[in-house]
Design a protein around this ligand. Sequence first.
Ligand code: PMP
Length: 283
Amino acid sequence: MTRVYINGEFFDKADAKVSVYDHGLLYGDGVFEGIRVYSGKVFKHPEHIARLFESAKHITLEIPMSPAEVQKAVEDTVKINNKVDGYIRLVVTRGPGNLGLDPRGCKPNVIVIVDDISLYPKELYDSGMRIVTASLIRNHPNALNPRIKSLNYLNNILAKIEAIRAGCFEALMLNHKGEVAECTGDNVFIVKNGVLKTPPTDAGILEGITRDVVMQLAREAKIPLQECTMTRHDIYAADECFLTGSAAEVIAVTDCDGRIIGTGKPGPITNKLREAFMKVARA
Ligand code: PMP
């Protein structure tokens, strides 16, 4: 039975409940992290905790625990569930309040769920995946900054629905300037003439932790790397394209909007970085 952590206590999955007055439910008011456990070890744990606290800071949500305490709660939840390989959902909601928007008076809930995840079918990791560009743009950074990993994911969900309706698992999202931002739950990379490229933070993206790891691995492998503005043209004309995310890991994109990317198969740099990533993850 899966045991869920809520505010210092463990509950069976069926009994793990919060109030219907929680502003996390009423307004999507809260923050979260999606984290992997590989070989019993929480992957990039301090980085995820740091991002959680930065997201919380931006929305003025005071997490009622220190970063070290949150980290321990996550470790304890992994242990109590005997999870060796899995996925962690760390959530901090604004907490129960009244029915108005005013967050004052809400008492945050800290929740840790440890379970399994398989985001995309296994075969897609060998064949590469098809994606489409969503008609919906990514949140404008001056509206709800994509750097905040908030519980308000409707922007991404609506784009994901577009992907599903097009028979795809992921959608490419552009920003308000028409530049490539990211996918609904993954960051995007291309390879062109041996250079690895990914949109910069100011394209309006979540600064993915997997993205950081992959950029570091590229530097170590002496693969030239640029964070640069891109348009759909760059994706269509790329030699290779791949996505990164805690749930997705590293997965090739071989078709975008019906344009075959490169050879139509996962490319050599994609495969190299995927292998390097899995090696670091499982280390
Ligand atoms: N962008 C978005 C919108 C996401 O939800 C995620 C998944 N958290 C990512 C990118 C990838 O981030 P990470 O590598 O930290 O999982």
